[in-house]
Design a binder for this molecule. Structure first.
Ligand SMILES: Nc1ncnc2c1ncn2[C@@H]1O[C@H](COP(=O)(O)OP(=O)(O)O)[C@@H](O)[C@H]1O
Ligand SMILES: [Mg+2]
Length: 420
């Protein structure tokens, strides 16, 4: 089985690489013409554009960012009549990666979508939906999702466990499936996220995600200028990997830290020291991004966002600068009914013992001493913000029982940061 990857450059899709997966061996290479013409536009910041043929037992790490997960995965497995498991990953991208987050797609998956749409002629040129149609999940919305069969709305192109749709506003402010709305009609790109499950706790997590994001913004963490908003039990998240400019859509390079770490597969748990090192290798300003990443982790701890796995942090390239994307998937995950313990931790290099104090983490970070001092100062100043957290949580409408529950973890962070 093989497939061709395409990348969106200068307002068009360009063939850039081919991948072959046979008998447990995955080989891939850039197309020669692509390597010659676009040496500056890599598929992954960890993979230089060259003419080498790479071979491995697994798919290259960056492809795992395109593998459908959650509801989109289950839907496609049914369509393809495949049992679930790692062997399904490659067939799943060949069918489902026609419109992923970021700027890479699979040509064969685009054909798959076309065939799907041909079977549902009514799925094209449907009138748009309003936010209320979506939030109320009206009959209209259900029919639309069925017609697009999860495909036009792009569920297979966005990762994570919660059911979600990629919807796009047209000029009249109505919503369409992202994959079926022409770029020329698009004005704003959104992720529509529903609760992970049906329990009250699932609803509570999603309800508080918008407030959590406002808190992070208030504390000076990098957030998208348009923050998520809650409509009923539906979260509308403006996307930061698409920019509408002069009637065109710019698709930005976006890649998870799992990808820049070269982690093939899911459920890998690198030490946060390794994650930091990987971020530093690819970003334009390593010192600034290290401080930003650690501040986010201070908030993860203070606000008990335990689900800090390597696909919940990503980097992007904007105007030539590589940096962490704005924050996403930041929520009171300690409430999740599946009982999610903090996923990634600071395991000291060499000893692999977990460090739980920022002073120890800073000592163990392999950075120049001048930078270590700068990090300590930056985090020490951040203590002032964290001290305000109880008030900010209140102001931004986080549920009271959550605020109460966070009191201890907020205090612990304030004390640690003040001691730096
Ligand atoms: N605002 C955004 N702009 C662009 N991509 C995003 C945005 N928010 C999330 N993503 C991407 O969508 C994926 C799924 O979203 P996430 O909020 O992590 O869902 P889940 O709660 O199901 O894990 C993320 O891993 C990230 O790649
Ligand atoms: Mg996620």
């Amino acid at each position: 089985m093989n497939c061709t990857l395409q990348i969106f450059l200068d307002d068009r899709w360009v063939d850039c690489a081919e991948i072959e997966f046979n008998g447990g061996l995955c080989q891939w290479n850039h197309l020669v013409a692509y390597a010659l013409e676009h040496p500056d536009a890599p598929l992954s910041l960890a993979e230089p554009v060259d003419m080498d043929i790479r071979a491995a037992r697994t798919m290259p790490a960056f492809l795992y960012d395109l593998v459908p997960q959650g509801a989109g995965r289950r839907f496609l497995l049914g369509q393809l009549q495949l049992p679930d498991g790692p062997d399904a990953d490659f067939p799943l991208i060949c069918a489902g990666a026609f419109n992923p987050v970021g700027r890479i797609r699979v040509a064969e998956a685009v054909d798959y979508l076309e065939k799907h749409l041909a079977r549902h002629p009514n799925a094209r040129d449907l009138p748009g939906l309003t936010i209320d149609d979506v939030a109320g999940r009206s009959a209209e919305f259900a029919e639309r999702m069925h017609l697009h069969g999860m495909l036009g709305t792009g569920t297979t192109g966005v990762q994570g466990a919660a059911p979600k749709y990629l919807l796009t506003h047209d000029r009249a402010g109505l919503l369409h499936g992202d994959a079926v709305l022409p770029d020329g009609d698009a004005t704003q790109h959104l992720i529509v996220k529903l609760p992970r499950g049906n329990s009250a706790a699932d609803h509570k997590v999603l309800r508080n995600e918008a407030a959590y994001m406002r808190v992070a913004a208030e504390l000076g963490i990098r957030t998208h200028m348009d923050l998520p908003t809650l409509h009923g039990d539906v979260l509308l998240i403006p996307r930061f990997d698409r920019i509408v400019r002069g009637g065109k859509v710019v698709r930005l390079h976006q890649e998870s830290v799992a990808s820049i770490l070269g982690l093939s597969g899911f459920d890998r748990r690198p030490s946060l020291f390794d994650v930091t090192a990987a971020i530093r290798r690819v970003v334009t300003d390593p010192a600034a991004e290290t401080l930003e990443f650690i501040k986010r982790d201070v908030l993860n701890l203070a606000m008990r966002n335990t689900d800090n796995h390597a696909r919940n942090t990503a980097v992007q390239r904007v105007d030539g600068q590589v940096q962490l994307t704005p924050l996403f998937d930041f929520a009171p995950m300690y409430l999740d009914p599946e009982g999610i313990a903090r996923t990634l931790r600071w395991y000291r290099p060499n000893t692999q013992v977990e460090l739980t104090n920022w002073a120890d983490v800073l000592v163990a970070l392999p950075v120049p001493d001048s930078e270590r001092q700068m990090l300590a100062r930056g985090l020490n100043q951040f203590a002032v913000q964290i001290e305000r957290l109880p008030d900010v949580l209140e102001e931004q409408g986080v549920d009271h029982d959550i605020i109460k529950f966070l009191a201890l973890s907020v205090d612990a962070q304030v004390r640690q940061l003040q001691a730096l």
